[in-house]
Design a protein around this ligand. Structure first.
Ligand SMILES: Cc1ncc(COP(=O)(O)O)c(C=O)c1O
Length: 397
C-alpha cells in the first residue's frame, strides 16, 4: 500500500526511490569471479594493481589500499604523528570517522566551522582553531567539491601541520586542474557502496611523501615489515620479518580490489551522469526562492557524490523534518548528511557543546540529500523535482 502524500493528492511516484545505489555490471562480476578462482584472495596482485591505478588516476606517487575509508583516516592520522594530547582540526559536517581518527590516536578533534555557501571547511575558522597542539587538519571534500586546498595548505605549511584531505566523496574531482589525491599531504578515499566507486567496502591513502608512505604500509599490517633496511635485529632467514611498531590488520582483499579496479574503468561515465543530474537539479531549484542552492566552487571540477537540498525555513510553513517526511510520502527517500559530529552523545560525553559551529548547525537544520547515482534516470530526476515543487507550492508562506 502506498501511503497518501502529506501534501495531498496521489504521490509523485508509486515506487520508492532511494538516495543512493551502487551500479555493478557484468564486467564487475567477471572481474570478481576471476579473483575467486585465482591463487590470491588477499595480499595478491590486485592490491598492487589497484594502488598503481590510483596513482595513475590521481598523479600521487604512492597509494596504500586498505579495508575501508575509516581505516585510511586512522593510519593517515597516525602517520601525521597525532598522539596523546594532540589536536586535529576538522569539519562537523562530515561522517564521524573524519573526527574519530583523532580519538583512535589518543588525540582530540577540534571543529572548525564551514563556509555557509559551499559547506566546506572554512580556512578562516581553521586558522582561529590552531593551537600549539594542532598536528593535523582533516579537510573533507563535502559532496565531492574540493575543499579550499591552496588556502589550507598555506596555513598548514606555515604552522608545520599535516593536511589530510578526506576524499571519501571526491574520487575523480580535480582542484585547479589537479586531481584530488595529488595535492594534500595525504588524501583518503572510501569505496563504500553509496560512494561513486565501490568495492563493497574499501579505502586508500594517497601521498607524494615517501616518509609517510613507509609509515602507512607499516600501520596497515600490524607494524610488521619484511624490508630488511628497517630491521632492528639480524635476519634469521628468508622467512624473517619484524614488528617494529604497533599497527592493525587494515588489509583489503584482492576480491574488493578487483571490483574497485573494474569500477574505476567506469569512473568518467559515473562522473558525467552525476554531473548531469546536478545540472538538472540546480536548474530547477535555482528558480525556487524557497530553496538555497549549494554554491558551485569554480576551482573544483567536481565528480559529485551528494546533492543537498536546502530549505529557506523563513519562507516555508514546514521545517526540514516535515519536508523530509513529506518527500518520503511522495516515495522519494532522502537522507541527511550530516548530523554535526559533536552533537552525537559520545562527543557530548567528551565535553563538546552545541553552538560551537553556527554555520554547520544552521545547515544541518535546513538540509537533506536528494537521490543521486549513476543509474538514476531522467524520469527519476523529474520525479524528484516534481515532488520538491509540489511540496514547496503547498508549504510556501
Ligand atoms: C566524509 C567521509 N569520511 C569517511 C568515511 C568513512 O569511510 P568508510 O565507510 O569507507 O569507512 C565516509 C563514509 O561514509 C565519509 O562519507
Amino acid at each position: 500500500m502506498v501511503k497518501p502524500a502529506i501534501a495531498g493528492g496521489s504521490p509523485v511516484r508509486n515506487t520508492k526511490l532511494y538516495y543512493g545505489h551502487q551500479f555493478v555490471d557484468q564486467a564487475d562480476v567477471k572481474a570478481v569471479e576471476e579473483v575467486l578462482t585465482s591463487d590470491y584472495l588477499t595480499c595478491g596482485p590486485k592490491v598492487v594493481e589497484l594502488e598503481k591505478k590510483l596513482c595513475a588516476l590521481t598523479g600521487a606517487k604512492y597509494a596504500v589500499a586498505v579495508s575501508n575509508g575509516t581505516a585510511a583516516l586512522h593510519i593517515a592520522a597516525m602517520a601525521a604523528g597525532v598522539g596523546a594530547g594532540d589536536e586535529l582540526i576538522t569539519t562537523p559536517i562530515t561522517f564521524a570517522a573524519s573526527a574519530n581518527c583523532a580519538l583512535y590516536c589518543g588525540g582530540r578533534p577540534v571543529f572548525a566551522d564551514i563556509n555557509p555557501n559551499t559547506y566546506n571547511i572554512d580556512p578562516v575558522s581553521v586558522q582561529e582553531k590552531i593551537t600549539d597542539h594542532t598536528k593535523a587538519v582533516v579537510a573533507v571534500d563535502f559532496t565531492g567539491q574540493a575543499a579550499p586546498l591552496d588556502e589550507l595548505l598555506e596555513i598548514c605549511r606555515r604552522k608545520g601541520i599535516v593536511l589530510i584531505e578526506d576524499g571519501a566523496h571526491s574520487i575523480g574531482t580535480k582542484y585547479k586542474g589537479k586531481p584530488v589525491g595529488s595535492i594534500a599531504d595525504m588524501t583518503t578515499f572510501s569505496f563504500h557502496p553509496v560512494k561513486t566507486v565501490t568495492g563493497g567496502e574499501g579505502g586508500a591513502v594517497l601521498t607524494n611523501r615517501g616518509d609517510l608512505y613507509e609509515k602507512l604500509l607499516l600501520y596497515r599490517s600490524h607494524g610488521i615489515t619484511k624490508d630488511e633496511t628497517f630491521y632492528v635485529n639480524e635476519s634469521h632467514g628468508s622467512w624473517y620479518h619484524e614488528q617494529i611498531d604497533l599497527g592493525y590488520n587494515y588489509r583489503i582483499t584482492d576480491i574488493q580490489c578487483a571490483l574497485i579496479l573494474s569500477q574505476i574503468d567506469k569512473l568518467s561515465q559515473f562522473a558525467e551522469r552525476r554531473r548531469k543530474i546536478v545540472e538538472r537539479y540546480n536548474e530547477a531549484f535555482l528558480q525556487i526562492p524557497q530553496l538555497f542552492v549549494q554554491q558551485e566552487i569554480p576551482e573544483s571540477d567536481t565528480t559529485r557524490h551528494l546533492y543537498i537540498l536546502r530549505l529557506r525555513p523563513e519562507m516555508l510553513t514546514i521545517d526540514r523534518r516535515g519536508f523530509f517526511d513529506a518527500m518520503a510520502a511522495e516515495n522519494i527517500c532522502c537522507n541527511v548528511h550530516y548530523i554535526p559530529v559533536y552533537w552525537h552523545p559520545y562527543y557530548e560525553k567528551l565535553g563538546y557543546k552545541k553552538g560551537l559551529c553556527p554555520n554547520a548547525e544552521k545547515l544541518y537544520e535546513e538540509m537533506m540529500s536528494l537521490p543521486i547515482y549513476y543509474s538514476l534516470t531522467d524520469r527519476d530526476v523529474d520525479d524528484v523535482i516534481m515532488a520538491v515543487r509540489k511540496l514547496v507550492d503547498y508549504y510556501k508562506k
